[in-house]
Design a protein around this ligand. Structure first.
Ligand code: G3I
Length: 358
């Protein structure tokens, strides 16, 4: 069920701050000195996350990278290190060294940890995606991966993206023809959630997808999928809206309406992979400011509804972003920090939005 735990804690915190404000004349988000963005997020009860690049694991010369994370965010998610190809490169051989490093880092710095992702059509090891498994064999492969991974991380993961990107609006049945779908059929989704819940009943469980943020054909299918899961009593807590956006193409009202209909099903939403890219040929003062405005707008949208329970940025600095390479360098500069970790207008606007949030 929904994390009534998290929602009510956030609610109680808000109420306490409001009472303190009334009694002592303080604003609910008031701080004694200038808070870091992380402190502001903590004080406002916002789960503000960032995706951790593989550079995190490289050397200890990366203190600067780690400091930027700790100063500005209260939640982390591995951009790649917790995907199946990294965790189970060979059948039955689980590699948890990087996962353990992330868990340690999160514990040492009181950061929440999101788990991404248990089931996807990409970044699965070759042995897993071979087509010659029978349905029973592949079910067993999936179950072993989920149970072993989630059990290893039990109590350490705040929320798992259990199934990622299973909907494909271009297919007649709207289901992505992944190895899971082709060999097992659509029931793999329910099974994955049931096994994840079995392995860690406290972790929140999410279905996560892209291009399904506003109301459209794809988000209608996501809605039908998760509604069906709720009706069948499958333990799903929420829907992750990835939010890989291009500046100028964001329909905030439509996103709000989509969030609302999901919340009405008794599900949370989280903004799980936010980045807002610019046209590489038009990176200038105006576009950078507009990008900031868009970050602020989305943040306010999430903060205005306590069932939108997290906002995660997909990477720290523009040096790490997946976007330039994947867009043939036509899109770029999508994140809050530039290549040298300088704060951009996007950072400033997000920061002030959070400070002014309550
Ligand atoms: O595995 C090789 C590794 O052996 C090699 O050393 C390294 C050198 O560049 O490349 C490695 O693979 C890359 C991998 O990231 C790990 O760095 C792949 O080439 C690269 O394609 C892969 O990109 C990731 C992408 O998912 C894969 O689909 C991005 O970093 C990551 O940001 C992106 O994240 C996804 C989310 O998981 C789901 N939603 C969409 C989002 C953006 O595509």
């Amino acid at each position: 069920m929904i994390s009534s735990k998290h929602i009510s804690l956030k609610y109680i915190l808000k109420q306490l701050k409001l009472i303190a404000g009334i009694l002592f004349g303080l604003g609910a988000c008031t701080t004694s000195s200038t808070p870091t963005m992380r402190q502001a997020a903590d004080q406002c009860g916002v789960n503000l996350g960032v995706a951790i690049h593989d550079r995190f694991f490289d050397t200890d010369s990366l203190n600067r990278y780690k400091k930027v994370i700790c100063d500005n965010f209260n939640m982390i998610v591995a951009e790649n290190a917790m995907k199946p190809d990294r965790i189970q490169p060979q059948k039955g051989t689980f590699y948890f060294q990087e996962v353990n490093e992330l868990i340690r880092f999160a514990e040492n710095h009181q950061l929440k940890l999101r788990g991404h992702c248990l089931v996807w059509h990409k970044q699965i090891p070759e042995w897993m995606s071979k087509d010659n498994y029978s349905k029973e064999e592949l079910l067993s492969v999936l179950k072993t991966h989920i149970i072993t991974t989630v059990r290893h991380c039990k109590g350490k993961i705040y929320a798992w993206d259990v199934v990622n990107e299973a909907i494909d609006e271009h297919q007649p049945d709207y289901m992505r023809p992944s190895v899971w779908m082709k060999t097992i059929g659509p029931s793999y989704i329910d099974s994955a959630f049931v096994w994840a819940h079995q392995a860690d009943p406290e972790a929140l469980l999410f279905y996560n997808d892209y291009d399904a943020e506003g109301i459209n054909e794809k988000s209608d299918m996501v809605y039908e999928l998760v509604k069906g899961m709720k009706d069948r009593g499958i333990p799903i807590d929420g829907v992750g809206l990835q939010c890989h956006f291009e500046l100028g193409k964001i329909d905030f009202e439509s996103i709000r309406n989509n969030m609302l209909r999901l919340h009405e099903l008794g599900l949370q939403t989280q903004i799980t992979e936010l980045d807002i890219s610019l046209d590489s040929s038009a990176v200038n003062v105006q576009s950078r400011q507009k990008q900031g405005d868009a970050y602020g707008h989305l943040c306010r949208l999430c903060l205005s509804d306590n069932q939108c329970t997290a906002l995660v940025i997909w990477g720290v600095s523009d040096a790490d972003s997946w976007i330039p390479q994947l867009s043939d360098y036509k899109r770029d500069k999508a994140l809050l920090f530039d290549e040298n970790f300088n704060k951009k207008p996007a950072f400033d606007t997000l920061y002030s939005t959070i400070k002014n949030a309550i």
